[in-house]
Ligand binder design. Structure first.
Ligand code: FES
Length: 219
């Protein structure tokens, strides 16, 4: 082997990291694939951990945004006078003593707190009802809205009927529609809390129904 060939062998051995010409791979080249894999996994874990850490404040902000909805919804379902089946809660509308004992109906407003997701307006009028005391002390309650198209009915004392000023629908003192009439149904009778009635208070389950329908369909 001449000098030129020896120099070529020496360069080749050097390329493979050889000191003595014996083939042995360099440590840096051998470790590179494993290091890359470990680096990739570490980066992936860091990205996932960072994503989870970023979700925490996002979830907290989301909860703060919707919490009024959740709070008011739970407060509603927690109302002891609601039955948990979607019925309206009972609302106090009058004392029994304030209703005439001779069977004359009296109209009273229905007051409740108006609540949306972020606001609460306490003690707002939300409708009106007629209360009528029977001879046995029971109290009947009717929504004051006409089932025809939603006008407020009046009590015509001289005729002893409920009379709608809009399209002449009329109803007996028991709420039955007087025919002929444009009203498709009787006045909407509302439930009165018997337990509180015995205690001298009139609480009613105030419910509004769609006008123009033969059946009661809750709004
Ligand atoms: S709204 Fe009462 S008769 Fe039409």
């Amino acid at each position: 082997m001449d000098d030129r060939e020896q120099a070529d062998d020496s360069e080749e051995a050097s390329d493979y990291g050889l000191e003595s010409g014996r083939a042995a791979p360099r440590a840096s080249q051998d470790a590179a694939p494993g290091d890359e894999r470990r680096g990739f996994i570490a980066s992936l874990i860091a990205v996932i951990a960072g994503g989870i850490a970023g979700l925490a404040p996002l979830a907290a902000g989301l909860r703060m945004f919707v919490s009024p909805l959740l709070t008011r919804a739970s407060a509603k379902t927690g109302d002891p006078s609601a039955d948990g089946k979607g019925k309206k809660p009972f609302l106090r509308v009058a004392s029994v003593d304030s209703i005439p004992s001779d069977g004359t109906p009296v109209q009273v407003p229905v007051i409740d707190d108006l609540v949306d997701a972020w606001n609460k307006l306490p003690h707002q009028p939300i409708g009106a009802v007629y209360l009528r005391k029977a001879a046995d002390g029971t109290v009947a309650c009717f929504n004051a809205i006409c089932p025809h198209a939603g006008c407020f009915v009046a009590f015509a004392a001289e005729r002893k009927v409920f009379q709608c000023p809009c399209h002449t629908s009329a109803f007996t003192l028991d709420g039955a529609v007087i025919q002929p009439s444009p009203s498709p149904r009787d006045l909407d009778a509302l439930e009165v809390d018997r337990q509180r009635l015995a205690q001298g208070e009139v609480w009613v389950r105030f419910t509004s129904y769609l006008p123009g329908k033969t059946e009661q369909i809750e709004k």
